[in-house]
Design a binder for this molecule. Structure first.
Ligand SMILES: [Zn+2]
Length: 586
């Protein structure tokens, strides 16, 4: 197929590539070296002035004192292709330095790049996911600059014709940050190659270069300057991460550098259309750090504006320092760099057909935004929606549970409650546990139809998560069927009352607190299997003067609403059929 799509490519090597994707594994970093960003020395005091600290707090409270921030983000996504962009070397994060290199990615003279067709496919996928216009014809360009981790002296990138442009990204802000739907513009998505990595010795006296990363395919996504707060920018980054993971084009791990966000922040008086001087912030390795770095930077710039020192805001690159929670100058920009771009002479144009784009479109999974809207339409709260759609695996588990006829809210409660807590404690992902969506739906059904109580359901859940098996087998094996027969419960209540005549007298005299005592006695006798709702109703009936042991309170309960609406938090309802057939109060 690629033959018809990528016209004019000179060497057949392109078509030998494997189509599968791979995911990198985490390895401990080389401890005696630091990377380029880490080695940069602060050029100003790290102690934040009091006025900035105060302003940071105010910015967090969205009090920007007549100013507004303008934020744009450049995101680099490292693609999880089997081989690099222009040679057949693999890339595995954490491998021995310079172990996955060849003359092409080391930039030896005379070598020729051969485009990996998978890179184009990933770019089109992400472009479509970002609602972009896809360029039917685009090209690669050389971006010239010198740096020791770039032996060729240029980076293969896309300059004037990116593969995708003019799109947008929809997201929902977390409820705890005020919530709300946002749409941010995407200026362009283009393909390029990564550079190598410098490893600086601890003494700072020498550096070494690792070219494993050289030539690894990247997609750069440039946003419109549409964000106004740190949380909007952080959520934009998080949504890009969700997208690339849903699409399977990247593992999106920030700690490994698979997803890197460079943020541009400027501040201007509200109502002014001209942008203020923008400052770039790098070196943020979490979305929370992006949020805090931007809010700090906004405050710093507002303080300078208010103190009449706006001229001190200069075009520069600043780094976020996690320990002092502030940004500091990395380097001032002397002017716009001239990279002397020109069309890459060793690579042909990239020509796509509409059939190719349609094929990719059809192969795409349901994306986070569509999923969120679908979950919202099920009546789930935004908190539930955001939790479930955040992780593709969790969403798939949830959807699969619903396919087995589970109630959406109950399934969401179990996944977000006990299952999520277990995953967090054991540091597992949902696809690593032994519980299946089918058994979760069985568990929910067993509680709903009164076979087991909610409390016992929690115990069974933990067993299934850890060991697997079926709800039915665990119930049978451990004799856990809930006692929902009112006659049986009444008999147990009778026994408890008979065993404790003194307490019974006090209870009948109005000491209602003793209901808990009797409930406890019955629960103990039934090994936790008595239906708690039914039990308490029977006990309550005793003080109401209606029935004593063996009384006829049951009839009064037959039409109560709790009998037809159980929830995971108040589980354990009796079956109306059981009540009718077993009642001896005629
Ligand atoms: Zn190579």
């Amino acid at each position: 197929m690629a033959l018809t799509l990528l016209r004019g490519i000179r060497t057949p090597t392109l078509f030998r590539r494997n189509a599968g994707l791979f995911f990198t594994t985490i390895h401990p970093p080389l401890s005696s070296f630091t990377t380029r960003a880490e080695s940069v020395q602060a050029t100003e005091s790290k102690a934040a002035p009091k006025s900035i600290q105060l302003a940071t707090k105010e910015a967090a409270e969205h009090k920007t004192q007549g100013f507004e921030a303008v934020i744009g983000i450049e995101t680099h996504v490292q693609l999880s292709t089997v081989t690099k962009a222009f040679c057949s070397c693999p890339y595995n994060y954490g491998s021995q330095p310079n172990s996955t290199v060849c003359p092409t990615c080391m930039g030896h003279p005379g070598t020729l790049p051969v485009l990996n067709a998978k890179v184009v496919e990933c770019a089109v996928k992400l472009g479509l996911a970002l609602n972009c216009e896809i360029s039917m014809t685009s090209k690669f360009d050389r971006k010239q600059y010198f740096y020791p981790d770039l032996p060729k002296g240029y980076q293969i990138s896309q300059f004037d014709i990116p593969i995708a442009k003019e799109g947008y990204l929809d997201l929902d802000l977390p409820v705890e940050f005020g919530g709300g739907h946002r749409r941010f513009g995407v200026t362009r998505v283009h393909m390029e190659e990564d550079a190598g990595k410098l490893l600086h010795s601890e003494s700072g006296s020498y550096s070494q270069v690792d070219l494993n990363r050289a030539g690894v395919p990247l997609l750069e996504i440039v946003s419109e300057p549409d964000m106004r707060t740190g949380i909007e920018a952080a959520e934009y980054g998080a949504e890009i991460q969700r997208l690339v993971r849903y699409l399977g084009v990247s593992n999106g791990n920030m700690q490994e550098g698979s997803l890197r966000c460079d943020v541009n922040v400027s501040v201007r008086p509200v109502g002014q259309s001209k942008f203020g001087t923008k400052v770039e912030i790098k070196n943020m390795n979490s979305f929370s750090a992006i949020n805090r770095a931007i809010d700090y930077e906004i405050s710093r710039q507002i303080v300078l504006h208010k103190e009449g020192q706006a001229d001190q805001i200069v075009q520069e690159t600043r780094l976020w320092d996690e320990s002092s929670q502030k940004t500091f100058t990395m380097r001032k920009k002397e002017g716009l760099a001239d990279y002397r771009y020109f069309p890459e002479p060793d690579l042909p144009e990239i020509v796509l057909t509409s059939d190719y784009i349609d094929e990719i479109h059809k192969s795409m999974p349901e994306l986070p935004e569509a999923k969120r809207r679908r979950y919202e339409n099920m009546g789930l709260s935004m908190q539930d929606v955001l939790f479930l759609a955040n992780d593709d695996n969790v969403a798939r588990f949830f959807d699969s549970t619903l396919e087995h006829d589970a109630d959406a809210k109950l399934a969401a409660n179990w996944i977000m409650g006990d299952i999520a807590a277990y995953l967090k404690n054991e540091k597992l992902s949902i696809d690593e546990i032994k519980l299946t969506p089918l058994e979760l739906s069985e568990l929910i059904a067993s509680i709903k139809n009164g076979t087991i109580s909610g409390k016992i359901g929690k115990e069974i859940l933990i067993e299934l998560i850890a060991k697997g098996g079926t709800v039915k087998s665990v119930i049978e094996e451990k004799d856990l069927v809930q006692i929902a027969d009112p006659v049986a419960i009444e008999a147990m209540v009778d026994q408890a009352l008979a065993d404790n005549p003194k307490q019974l007298e006090q209870y009948r005299a109005g000491k209602t607190k003793l209901q808990g005592f009797f409930a406890g006695q019955v629960m103990k006798a039934s090994k936790g299997k008595a239906n708690p709702v039914l039990l308490n109703k029977i006990l309550a009936g005793i003080t109401a003067g209606g029935a004593s042991a063996g009384g006829c309170v049951l009839w009064a309960m037959l039409s109560l609403p709790w009998m037809v609406s159980g929830t995971a938090s108040s589980p354990g309802k009796a079956s109306p059929n059981m009540l009718l057939s077993s009642s001896n109060c005629t």
